[in-house]
Design a protein around this ligand. Sequence first.
Ligand SMILES: [Zn+2]
Length: 260
Amino acid sequence: MPFIDDHAPISRSLDYEKRIEPMAATGGDRTQQLTVLDGVGEPAPPSSSPDAEWLTDPDGHRYLLLPADVTPHTAAQAALTTALGNKGSAYEAIGGTDYSSRSFDAVETRRIRLRQVANRWSYRFLPWMSRHGARFVTTPEGILLGLGLSWCGGVLTQRGGTIWGDVFLLNIDRCDDPAEALRTIVATGLVPRTPPSDGAGDDLTFTRRSLARLLHHEEIHAQQWADRGVVGFALAYLRDLVTRNETLEAAAGLGDGGYR
Ligand SMILES: [Zn+2]
């Protein structure tokens, strides 16, 4: 991985300005890059992230396990940094996917940044979700993957999981050790069975579906949230439910989402 120094302290890995430097070569505007996330909240001092931890999937792609006290702004920075640093995901190597691989050029980078700004409300929920037991990792797709809500999980996570803005919550609630469950999921690179039996996350079993495929699907949903706004997405979701059309799901990829 070009952007990660295994021996560097995590605070350096989360240093947005330093990490974002390589993007200048792709033609992006630096000033805009540094201000585009302003709506997400105040930057946190790096010292507040002592227990962030890089995780690696079976294909060598990196995920960052965010500290329990991560701030919305730092989480958004880390999500973008992870997407840019990986320059793709295991999705590219999987045959039979719904989409061809995407290139992480300046246009794609800008799309992710703008998506983050449009979905900034979802990052603001992180402290609340963290207080209720959830932990999160950044992903190569540039969205957050989390689990372990101890309260309201039954409402906020349906079926295999539910994405709210940029935050994808697996339907694994009330987890004794959500960080360890995330480590296991990333290391396996597979979609866990959800919802698992009680004791959730501590005794995970896995489907044969690729986690990278599911995250690719969820990232498209994140873009749908951004494009339509909260009300627009909710209306589209309800319309799909009533008409039994799966327009949102089909656009995100039915095969990638596990619908066929
Ligand atoms: Zn879906």
